[in-house]
Design a protein around this ligand. Structure first.
Ligand code: KIV
Length: 285
């Protein structure tokens, strides 16, 4: 896909208008970004999930802005065409509107992101409005919001009752009114996602584990390619067992180095007899 055009906001809205689902994956590093860009993935989320998938923490909370900028810049270098989303980490936007604008600006200026994403509903509408007013496209994130997992009772389905679902729908309206061009619904029932998508006027609704009716789908890359060892969420389909392929290769490496099969002559460089003999005499002198 080398002749691919750079994804733009109008192109994303055009996909929605045409009824073509938008593809979105998380990504945290240069080589994976390169592959995703080549495969034609529309959007890439440099998620603070990197705290778990890349750094081995049990939650996303320890992730810092500096971590995010480092990874987002690497992804941008690998994916010049996809729409790259910088995920605002814990406490990078909660303290104040000004903090939110400054950190959103870092994603754009230092990492070359196309937009930012933050978690939370109506209570975050002023942060969304401030960022949008600063000329930075912003995505809201509702339903299961991992930075609030403790308050939500863990990583579990949200919006099961009508009252809970109404709150999510109201939050979606508040974020859209504040200027969010898109909203991610994570782990809400399919019919809740469908209703919110049907009623969204001019806002792109993306789903993660929320059924097929959103304008597009997000998956965590490590779940979709079996690269996260701790658990496999039900909402994730494994599209290729990259973990198994890599493990097999690692076992072969250990075996071949141990039994002397690797390296073979094609993997090293020799030295001419004359130079070798001269070297030996130099060493013996
Ligand atoms: O950090 C992330 O990858 C996310 C997804 C869980 C939506 O925010």
């Amino acid at each position: 896909m080398t002749d691919r055009k750079k994804m733009t906001l109008p192109m994303l809205f055009e996909k929605v208008a045409q009824g073509v689902p938008i593809t979105w994956l998380t990504c945290y590093d240069y080589p994976t970004a390169y592959l995703q860009d080549e495969a034609g993935v529309d959007m890439i989320l440099v998620g603070d999930s990197l705290g778990m998938t890349m750094l081995g923490f049990d939650s996303t909370l320890p992730v810092t802005m500096d971590d995010m900028i480092r990874h987002a810049a690497a992804v941008r270098r690998g994916a010049p065409h996809a729409w790259v989303v910088g995920d605002m980490p814990y406490m990078s936007y909660q303290p104040s509107v000004e903090t939110a604008i400054r950190n959103a600006g870092r994603f754009m200026a230092e990492a070359g992101c196309d937009c930012v994403k933050l978690e939370g509903g109506a209570e975050m509408a002023d942060r969304v409005a401030g960022i949008a007013r600063s000329g930075i496209p912003v995505i809201g994130h509702l339903g299961l919001t991992p930075q609030s997992a403790s308050a939500l009772g863990g990583f579990r389905l949200q919006g099961k009752t009508a009252a809970q679902a109404k709150k999510i729908a109201d939050d979606a309206t508040a974020l859209a009114d504040a200027g969010a061009f898109a909203i991610l619904l994570e782990l809400v029932p399919d019919r809740v996602c469908e209703l919110i998508t049907e009623r969204a006027r001019g806002t792109i609704i993306m789903g993660l584990g929320s059924g097929p009716k959103a304008h597009g789908q997000l998956l965590i890359y490590h779940d979709a390619f079996a690269l996260y060892p701790k658990f496999k969420p039900r909402m994730a389909k494994v599209f290729a067992d990259a973990g198994a392929v890599i493990r097999q290769g690692l076992e072969a490496y250990v075996t071949e180095v141990t039994d002397g099969t690797f390296p073979a002559p094609e993997h090293w460089f020799g030295m001419a007899d004359e130079a070798y003999d001269e070297l030996v005499s130099l060493l013996d002198a």
